[in-house]
Design a protein around this ligand. Structure first.
Ligand code: GAR
Length: 206
């Protein structure tokens, strides 16, 4: 029987370790997917180098004129790029911009994000730092569908990480990222398998 392969388009602004974990899961046959394209809003982002190494079509797309969101002409260009490669889902892997209505309408319930905290705690920027400053003893990461709020969409997978005495923002972030690299492939496999539904604020598998 032919398996359905999820076609993933990735958007990222950083070094691309989450993209790497997705590539690794695909190679290990634990994720029935293919990365069809990668785009970045940062010209020299590591994620583009990693994509090139894997032979994945990739491009810097100028996000101007906005600083923190993707809207207008830039949004159109990102959508055209993702469509040209036939992406079924848009995976935000360290993409540091808010995705707006046009993209969310075109890929309804098919835009996925990873956030470095246990949502709904600590949405927004540098969530690991927020958690450390607040003084929580457990934090983690969340993979969720993106809706029109900031880090508010239905939760697919969460993984917890203890905050240790003596943790710095960097040491805590590093341990959270280790869990991100397990959580993202797991969450995408749930979407690839196709047997899921929304139940309140979470995604459940059938
Ligand atoms: C990840 O830690 C991810 O959680 C964070 O950016 C990093 C990207 O790393 N994303 C956010 O903070 C989104 N609000 P990577 O480029 O190595 O995957």
């Amino acid at each position: 029987m032919t398996q359905n392969i999820l076609k993933i388009g990735i958007l990222g602004s950083g070094s691309g370790t989450n993209m790497q974990s997705i590539c690794d899961a695909i190679s290990a046959h634990t994720l029935d997917a293919r990365i069809v394209c990668v785009a970045s809003d940062v010209p020299n982002a590591g994620i583009l180098d990693r994509a090139k190494k894997h032979g994945i079509p990739c491009r810097y797309i100028d996000p101007a004129p906005f600083k923190t969101k993707l809207e207008g002409r830039a949004e159109d260009e990102y959508i055209e790029f993702l469509s040209a490669y036939g992406a079924d889902v848009v995976v935000l892997a360290g993409f540091m911009r808010i995705v707006k209505k046009k993209m969310l309408d075109k890929y309804h319930d098919r835009v996925v994000n990873i956030h470095p905290a246990l949502l709904p705690a600590f949405p927004g920027i540098a969530a690991w730092k927020q958690a450390l400053e607040y003084g929580v003893k457990i934090t983690g990461c969340t993979v969720h569908l993106v809706d029109s709020g900031t880090d508010t969409g239905p939760i697919i997978v969460q993984k917890s990480v203890p905050v240790l005495e003596g943790d710095t923002p960097d040491s805590l972030h590093k341990r959270i990222q280790e869990q991100e690299h397990k959580a993202y492939p797991e969450a995408l496999q749930i979407l690839a398998a196709g047997k899921w539904r929304k139940e309140g604020r979470r995604i459940v598998t059938a």
